[in-house]
Design a protein around this ligand. Structure first.
Ligand code: NAD
Length: 323
């Protein structure tokens, strides 16, 4: 039986990835600094470890007789745009320490295959009518925020370890990802979850606050499609960074409309100042598509699977707060 290690298994995408690896027949160790907030883990073993510490990274990759066949590094100090702007020191320090030590300890332990979760935040700001950026267009580098700079540096570090130690490294640059069992409140949530929460709490005919003027263009990927891409990429021969995202570009206004459709509600919007982030992100997905990958969920299909879960959490929490 093949063995996989998932770092960040107590988080949103890591939690979904553990489930997929189990379905794919792996024995899985999950590692995180905290347990999953929203469900019990599917991992065969779950270790609570702070991966900023080198000794904990060494413990994580120690499979006890033979190395892990695959290591997936998704642990990061991260959140939506509000958090990315408010916590740039924490993001640069904590995520960098995790990646410095995880990459080195995985190479030292002889891990044959290492996955690193990068982000579309490595790209510069764009206008919505610009042609798609390919992976090579990350250079000359001008990420819009420090989170993107940390990702770019950690990509390069992983590739340097590949060159020196022969550890096969696979790097995906994720788009904004959404789905059930992800952070939906508290300041780290991303726009789809935040809007699902606001709509659920506003109720039919209500009005929600939206950061900016609603025109920023984004693409959003449903978590099952992203996990499909991660698994395909990890089993492939594709070296260098690979974008994984949907080509359905929507404005923030259209995202709100999609959530309102899923909720079956009429929702008004009030635009307020907030950390909106880049104007647009247009990046090409030809590399991941070359592996036969398809984005199976359009925004409405993904939101239809996400809204009920976020709404249930939000209404439950609101009810508990009242009682
Ligand atoms: P998440 O915050 O839900 O998961 C990250 C996990 O890392 C958390 O469970 C957290 O507890 C853990 N972690 C943080 N510090 C740690 C430490 N010191 N030691 C051990 N574990 C620690 O985020 P996610 O959305 O699941 O993102 C997973 C990865 O994908 C991250 O690297 C993120 O940067 C990247 N990514 C996510 C998105 C997205 O839209 N969600 C987009 C681009 C890239």
């Amino acid at each position: 039986m093949k063995k996989a290690l998932v770092c960040g298994a107590g988080g949103f995408i890591g939690g979904h990835l553990v489930r997929r690896l189990k379905a794919d027949g792996f024995w899985v160790r999950g590692v995180d600094i905290k347990a999953h907030e929203f469900r019990t883990t599917d991992a065969d073993e779950f270790l609570l470890l702070d991966l900023r510490e080198p000794a904990n990274c060494a413990r994580a990759v120690d499979a006890g007789g033979g190395a892990f066949d695959q290591v997936y590094q998704l642990a990061a100090d991260m959140g939506g745009m509000g958090f990315i702007h408010a916590a740039e020191c924490e993001i640069m320090r904590n995520s960098m320490l995790i990646n410095v030590h995880m990459t080195a300890e995985a190479a030292r332990a002889g891990v044959p295959r290492y996955f690193y979760s990068s982000s579309a935040c490595v790209y510069r700001d764009m206008m919505s009518d610009e042609p798609d950026l390919t992976e090579d267009d990350a250079y000359p580098a001008m990420p819009d925020n420090e989170y993107g700079w940390e990702k770019l540096y950690s990509e390069r570090m992983a590739m340097a370890y590949q060159r020196r130690y022969g550890m096969a490294v696979r790097i995906a640059r994720f788009q904004n990802c959404y789905g059930p069992y992800g952070t939906w409140q508290g300041g780290r949530e991303k726009a789809p979850a935040a809007i699902c929460r606001k709509v659920a709490l506003a109720g039919d005919g209500g009005t929600i606050e939206v950061w900016g003027d609603g025109t920023a263009m984004r693409t959003y990927i449903f978590v099952d499609d992203l996990v499909d891409g991660i698994r395909l990429l990890m089993e492939s021969h594709l070296e260098g960074a690979v974008n994984i995202g949907s080509e359905q570009r929507v404005s923030v206004n259209e995202l709100v409309a999609s959530v309102a459709r899923a909720a079956g509600m009429k929702i008004g919007m009030r635009y307020v100042d907030g950390p909106v982030g880049v104007h647009a992100r247009n990046h090409a997905n030809a590399r991941i598509r070359s592996l036969g990958w398809e984005c199976r969920h359009d925004l409405d299909a993904g939101i239809a699977k996400t809204y009920p879960w976020v709404a249930e959490q939000a209404l439950l929490a609101a009810g508990e707060a009242q009682s």
